[in-house]
Design a protein around this ligand. Structure first.
Ligand SMILES: *Cc1c(COP(=O)(O)O)cnc(C)c1O
Length: 432
């Protein structure tokens, strides 16, 4: 009935998340409101970790890709779950450090890390810096040299694998701004250069083929290609790759149309390829890292809005306006992403209407979605949009000077605020 199995209906006919009444949450904290189920986030971490234990003898690390949802509390949770993390900016790294996260278990990504960011990564002893380009390699080698340090790096490789997903969230093909291309020999030259950098220890390779990928083929193809490259590096350069980071991108259910795989199916398929390759070739079995972002947090989150104006345009459509929009969920305006929505205070009633849910920003494209099946909508209803835990809060903006919503976590049937709602004073804080 619901896209996530942490959602339910209680005796009042209200939607619950992790056992907590969402209508009560809307009353207590106001709307728009992000609500996330902490127990579910922790469960998803375990599913990925167990898959490495089960299919790859635990010889790996799951790194939560924190760009999906970043705030202090999520890093504390990742720390307590023994997860690694990915960060892609000084801001994410700083937040993790402030939360007490042990960043020796962090990977630092990005195609244009600034000098300040690279210095910060060295200051904080980030475990693995994923080098994207030659300029960055030279800069990092120089910075490490100035400190008489040896810095551990992975190289980001474009494996040339085309993932079946939206164009803007595909990253593994040659025409991508991320990493070194395999086919052109660029990646091979980059490995040679990294090995010649005196202040750099090349620990291994990284690739990430895209996001919201709902089958295993792209991952197994990438694993195969990377293992062949690893073998070639051993034969031609005598170099043994220790780490193989295969990125994230595991797909989730946004609507009933999506049919995601159980998360452990990915590691099963990937491990088969790598174990098989290592049995038949003279290469060492790499330590595997994976970087799920969306799949850890998206299904655990919902957004609650209050319905305002309803505009029926006869024979065309009905607009139901809510008190948020592209400023808290820009995914429709970016990718025309589909979401499932329902009326939280009528969760036990059938969906009898199809409406366009519109945000309150001054853009015609500011929609949560079109033609969304939903219960009969009235002013004051609480709309819940499901599976918004990833790339919503982290992509939120202050467009139209709207204030970013609060984030509430629920756990063991209790709720607590983890990010406060912005105030009007926050909005003018940096204005002179
Ligand atoms: C975005 C990203 C991820 C996470 O992707 P999801 O689709 O959220 O799982 C992992 N690794 C890298 C390098 C990324 O850029």
């Amino acid at each position: 009935m619901f896209v996530s199995d942490n959602l339910c209906v209680n005796a009042n006919g209200n939607l619950t998340i992790g056992g907590v009444d969402t209508v009560d949450l809307a009353k207590k904290y106001g709307t728009p409101l992000y609500v996330m189920d902490e127990d579910m986030i922790r469960r998803e971490c375990s599913v990925f970790q167990n898959s490495i234990d089960k299919y790859y003898d635990g010889h790996g690390l799951v790194c939560y890709a924190s760009k999906a949802f970043s705030c202090k509390e999520i890093y504390r949770i990742m720390q307590s779950e023994n997860m690694g993390i990915d960060v892609v900016s000084a801001g994410e790294l700083y937040t993790a450090v402030q939360a007490g996260f042990d960043v020796s278990k962090a990977c630092f990504h990005g195609n244009n890390k600034t000098l300040e960011e690279l210095k910060m990564a060295l200051d904080y002893h980030v475990g693995r810096i994923v080098v994207d380009n030659i300029y960055e390699m030279e800069t990092l080698n120089r910075l490490a040299g100035e400190r008489n340090e040896i810095i551990s790096v992975l190289l980001r490789i474009k494996p040339g694998v085309d993932a079946h997903t939206h164009n803007f969230i595909r990253t593994g093909q040659i025409d991508s701004k991320f990493g070194f291309a395999l086919e052109t020999g660029e990646a091979f030259e980059a490995v040679k250069k990294a090995l010649s950098c005196p202040n750099m220890e090349l620990k291994g390779l990284h690739c990430h083929i895209g996001s919201q990928i709902l089958d295993t083929q792209g991952f197994t193809a990438a694993a195969e290609v990377m293992m062949e490259f690893i073998e070639m590096l051993k034969i031609k350069l005598g170099y043994e790759t220790l780490d193989l980071n295969l990125g994230g991108g595991y797909g989730i259910r946004y609507t009933q149309e999506d049919d995601p795989l159980p998360y452990d199916a990915y590691m099963k398929a990937i491990a088969e390829v790598i174990n098989g390759f290592c049995e038949t070739h003279d290469v060492r079995r790499p330590f595997i890292l994976i970087e799920p972002g969306r799949s850890i947090v998206a299904p655990a989150g919902i957004t609650l809005y209050t319905v305002g104006g309803i505009k029926e345009i006869p024979n065309i459509r009905t607009y139901v306006s809510v008190d948020g929009g592209m400023c808290d969920n820009p995914r429709y305006i970016l990718y025309q992403s589909a979401y499932d929505a329902l009326i939280a205070n009528k969760a036990d009633q059938p969906k009898t209407e199809k409406v366009t849910i519109a945000g309150k920003c001054c853009e015609s494209g500011d929609l949560i979605g079109e033609n969304m099946p939903i219960q009969h909508c009235e002013v004051g209803d609480i709309i819940a949009v499901c599976a918004t835990g990833a790339y919503n809060y982290s992509m939120a903006s202050n467009y139209n000077r709207l204030q970013k919503p609060a984030v509430v976590f629920v756990k063991d049937g209790k709720d607590r605020i983890v990010v406060k709602r912005e105030t009007l004073d926050d909005i003018v804080r940096y204005d002179i």
